[in-house]
Design a protein around this ligand. Structure first.
Ligand SMILES: [Zn+2]
Length: 277
């Protein structure tokens, strides 16, 4: 009888142990199944721990097109300027990317221009290019405009200090009133750039995400040397220019002016960054 009692006690103990193990198993089960949000949260905390060092992922440099004395294009009804939209989306994108653990910077905040000496120094360091004469006196201008040439110089100077893994220039499109029905996104990169492979992958992914999210036309251009924008051609890092819609089109203009659209657009771009870099 005593042996039988001992057996029951041992069996009960074994059962309790098994249950305890099952409970541990249950508690740990979700850990290996990480959603992208979990991954990002971990990456985010990792970058906070090392915030004295550059993020191991490098810098995402966002360039809000125009600004200062250059408003860019204006909405068909005069309700906004291109610079207002590029700065608004750039700010939202900076926040969105930072929340995903990216080290992100803007080329300007609309109020402060980069130091002219830094730009001048960067111009002197530009390699000789066969299709352009980089004359620091001409490239760096003492005015209240942040030219496309100065943006290149700034991006390259920043990249010499800490690698810039993506330069993304934000713009708004415009066509004359006779083509008011033209609308949608446009993405450009320079096809013969040393960073064209990453720029191409990012552009294609961004294009797919924008088309899926907004059900709108996305035109993707792999520009040749003649067609390419200054900021996608002479920057030293993978560089992409995004036209976020047409200020000349009533529907696009309404979207561009809406914070909801700006926020969803910033999220879409951030997802593309997460997917590629
Ligand atoms: Zn523009």
């Amino acid at each position: 009888m005593r042996q039988h009692h001992l057996f029951i006690v041992l069996l009960a103990g074994l059962l309790i142990l098994l249950c305890a193990l099952c409970a541990c198993g249950d508690a740990q089960a979700p850990i290996p199944i990480q959603t992208s949000a979990n991954t990002n949260a971990q990456e985010s905390s990792a970058s906070i721990n090392t915030d004295t060092d550059p993020s191991p992922k490098g810098i995402i440099l966002i360039d809000p097109g125009h600004g200062f004395d250059d408003p860019g294009c204006t909405a068909y009804d005069g309700s906004f300027t291109e610079a207002q939209i590029t700065e608004a989306v750039a700010g939202l994108l900076q926040k969105e990317l930072a929340s995903r653990g990216w080290n992100v910077e803007l080329t300007h905040d609309g109020r402060h221009m980069p130091d002219a000496e830094l730009l001048y120094d960067s111009a002197q360091k530009m390699p000789i290019q066969n299709d352009i004469n980089v004359n620091p006196q001409e490239w760096v201008c003492d005015n209240n405009l942040f030219s496309k040439y100065e943006r290149v110089l700034y991006a390259n100077a920043r990249n010499r200090e800490t690698p810039v893994i993506l330069f993304l220039s934000l713009h708004v499109n415009f066509v004359e009133t006779s083509a008011q029905t033209v609308r949608g996104f446009e993405i450009d990169y320079y096809k013969d750039h040393p960073g064209a492979s990453a720029a191409c992958s990012f552009s294609e992914t961004l294009g797919r995400i924008l088309a899926d999210t907004f059900h709108q036309k996305v035109k993707l251009f792999a520009d040749n040397k003649k067609e390419a924008f200054v900021v996608t051609k002479y920057t030293d890092m993978p560089s992409v220019l995004l036209e976020m819609g047409y200020a000349s089109n009533t529907e696009d203009a309404a979207l561009l002016a809406s914070v909801k659209f700006q926020t969803r657009l910033a999220q879409a771009i951030a997802v593309a960054v997460d997917n590629i870099f």
